[in-house]
Ligand binder design. Structure first.
Ligand code: HEC
Ligand code: HEC
Length: 360
């Protein structure tokens, strides 16, 4: 009897502690929004074809994500519940600065029209089977310093001590913070991203701490504004070879495939004869590239494009870090008998980090 009473006391005590610390986030009530417009069969077919052509390299055949460059899942329920124009249309159109995610909208030099990026966004939504949630656009208030402690403890292992991204995306990325409202970020933290390593924190952290960490992330946004891009004209085949009268660079390739940034730079300084292929989406070539490189995106139709490439000149392909797009292009070129080919080991970010020049 006494024991039972003690147990009972103990239990109420625990419940009290639990309650007072709000260990578990209280459930928010979210209302739903109606679905966006449906696509015609033809629009859906084009969208699916665009997905296959442009996105599977990193986001995967089944939109599962994490195939290359830690590209996130494009089918997690919480992503599509929380905002298709913000969380999907914007990165798809304009890219995420400093990551492998380039912009695909023609306005920034990408291959898709505005209709096509909208249709692809909706196609992804319809594929996900999610229901849209109505989220407020008001800022989330919180204690930034407390949020930083929570961040370091719960999030930094995957997102990096400075939010630079490790296995999870960079959370201090100004272009991501510009595209995602506070509530979209909070929703991702509360619900996680289904079928990815991103856990749901609604049952691990209090509502307050989720707000605190959201406010902390927001405090890292540094006024990123969208500038209107003036497009450069693309090089024509007669401009493909850098230093057409130079000598062959004679690279020693790592693993029979890779050239180091220092060797490529040396060869350019010595006016060696080279063709450089920028295999990223063309919009990022517009933003910055290694001088003399030509846009040769991983999704280009090789039957069309290889005819302008010489077989007897050293070709070096590069992309963002690490090397997915460039590896893919060089493997395809080698299958077509272009054996004088190599991939830049460190990618263009590694090249820039070592202080080698790019044209902007
Ligand atoms: C070269 C690899 C690559 C390709 C190709 C690529 N992406 Fe991405 N994508 C990424 C990476 C990496 C990120 C995460 C960026 C970051 O760290 O914020 C990303 C982020 C995104 C996001 C934001 C998702 C989120 O959870 O925040 C969307 C939406 C997206 N990509 C859509 C697309 C679509 C649609 C295509 C095809 C048109 C595409 N991407 C092609 C690498 C790629
Ligand atoms: C075990 C690793 C891991 C931990 C711990 C983790 N995350 Fe993530 N997080 C990820 C991954 C991986 C993704 C990308 C998921 C995807 O594929 O969509 C992600 C995505 C996100 C996103 C969505 C980003 C976007 O652009 O859509 C936010 C916001 C986020 N995490 C915040 C946090 C916060 C805040 C914490 C700590 C409270 C945290 N994460 C802890 C791995 C982690």
């Amino acid at each position: 009897m006494r024991n039972q009473f003690n147990n009972c006391l103990l239990l109420s005590f625990f419940l009290l502690v639990l309650n007072s610390n709000e260990l578990i986030a209280e459930e928010y009530q979210y209302s739903h929004r109606g679905p966006p417009r449906e696509l015609t069969t033809q629009q859906a077919q084009v969208a699916e074809a665009n997905y296959k052509k442009y996105c599977i390299l990193c986001h995967g055949e089944n939109r599962q994500g994490h195939v290359n460059d830690h590209a996130p899942s494009l089918r997690s329920k919480s992503l599509f519940e929380s905002g298709i124009p913000h969380a999907v249309l914007r990165p798809l159109s304009y890219g995420r600065e400093g990551t492998a995610m380039g912009g695909y909208l023609d306005e920034v030099g990408g291959p898709m029209t505005l209709d096509e990026v909208w249709n692809l966004t909706y196609w992804l939504f319809w594929q996900s089977g999610a229901e849209r949630v109505r989220l407020s656009t008001r800022p989330v208030e919180g204690d930034i310093r407390r949020g930083e402690r929570v961040y370091q403890q719960e999030c930094s292992a995957c997102h990096g001590k400075k939010g630079e991204g490790i296995t999870g995306p960079a959370l201090a990325n100004p272009s991501a913070l510009a595209h995602n409202t506070d509530e979209v970020i909070r929703y991702a933290i509360r619900h996680g991203r289904q079928d990815t390593p991103m856990p749901a924190f609604a049952d691990k952290l209090s509502s307050k701490d989720i707000d605190n960490v959201t406010a902390f992330l927001r405090s890292k946004a540094s006024g990123w504004t969208q500038e209107k891009t003036v497009l450069k004209s693309l090089p024509t085949p007669d401009q493909y070879i850098v230093n057409p009268n130079g000598e062959d660079p004679n690279f020693t390739l790592k693993d029979g495939m890779y050239v180091l940034s220092k060797d490529l730079n040396q060869a350019l300084v010595e006016n060696k004869k080279i063709v450089m292929l920028d295999t990223r989406v063309t919009s990022v070539w517009q933003t910055a590239h290694i001088e003399g490189s030509i846009p040769f995106p991983y999704y280009s139709d090789l039957d069309e494009t290889v005819k302008d490439l010489p077989k007897d000149v050293q070709i070096v392909a590069y992309c963002s870090c690490p090397r997915a797009a460039a590896d893919d292009v060089v493997n395809k070129l080698r299958r077509r008998g272009f054996n004088n080919t190599a991939v830049l080991w460190e990618g263009i970010f590694g090249w820039m980090n070592q202080g080698y020049p790019v044209t902007r």
